[in-house]
Design a protein around this ligand. Structure first.
Ligand code: APR
Length: 232
């Protein structure tokens, strides 16, 4: 079976009603990164940080996967599919995708501020000051903040290096190390970049630019792949 690796960003969830970060009405237009998404913000005003992520988590349960998430699930009929997402929503999982690696954490999880290996599923629950891990330290959102290491980047790079086909969907490719992942793809692998603002990526060969919203562009490319390629 051929391996398809899919790197997604906020744009794939935009048509579900979740704001992206850097578009005109993006989250970073109304919230300062420094106030809500850095370790310094957590030290300065943990309540503000919790409020920000509590609101994101609450909204997540008011939205649903869209046609792009659902199309990626269909690819599993004929391909070995691995999704690597920068998103902290769980819409790929809710669309039924089997293999999803989160680079920047997950809204539905919390973790200990004392021991990062203590991670808890919290579903739609709001996190509050005073919510503690089993060792007695405050719980924080299980989110990779600006300035923090991205523990899943190495496994992600290994996965990309095995890709026969790479799809990049709905990301501005401005945030590293995630934005460098495509350089691990084999030179001759087939690559797609589906995003209304997509432009050519220097030094990336065999790249097809699909300047379209994910909701229409992804199902179309998926149909082509399913028709033209039996995955054997
Ligand atoms: N379909 C596809 N792409 C879309 C759509 C859509 N309907 N609407 C917007 N986009 C595209 C935009 O053109 C843009 O390229 O989604 C991209 C969103 O870019 P960003 O807001 O920068 O989001 P992302 O690339 O996921 O950000 C990376 O930055 O703040 C951090 O940790 C956060 O994971 C996030 C990271």
């Amino acid at each position: 079976m051929k391996k398809i690796v899919i790197l997604t960003g906020a744009g794939i969830s935009a048509e579900s009603g979740i704001k992206t970060f850097r578009d005109g009405d993006g989250l970073w237009e109304t919230h300062r990164v420094e106030d809500v998404a850095t370790p310094q913000a957590w030290v300065k005003d943990a309540e503000l940080v919790l409020d920000f992520y509590n609101a994101r988590r609450k909204q997540l349960f008011e939205v649903a996967p869209n046609s792009a998430h659902l199309a990626l699930k269909k690819l599993e009929d004929k391909f070995d599919v691995q999704i690597i997402t920068q998103n902290v929503d769980n819409l790929h999982e809710r669309a039924g995708s089997s293999n999803v690696l989160h680079l920047h954490g997950l809204l539905t999880q919390a973790r200990s501020t004392f021991d990062p290996s203590l991670i808890y599923d919290i579903g739609d629950k709001a996190l509050k000051i005073g919510d503690k891990c089993e060792r007695g330290s405050q719980l924080r959102p299980h989110i990779v903040w600006f300035g923090e290491a991205v523990p899943n980047i190495e496994p992600a790079a290994k996965i990309v290096s095995k890709a026969n086909i790479l799809m990049i969907i709905g990301t501005s490719l401005l945030v590293y190390p995630a934005a460098g992942l495509m350089y691990y793809a084999p030179v001759h692998s087939q690559k797609f970049y589906i995003d209304p603002s997509a432009t050519d990526i220097p030094d990336v060969k065999n790249l097809t630019i699909v300047k379209e919203k994910a909701g229409t562009g992804v199902p179309r490319v998926v149909e082509q792949l399913l028709k033209g390629e039996n995955g054997k």
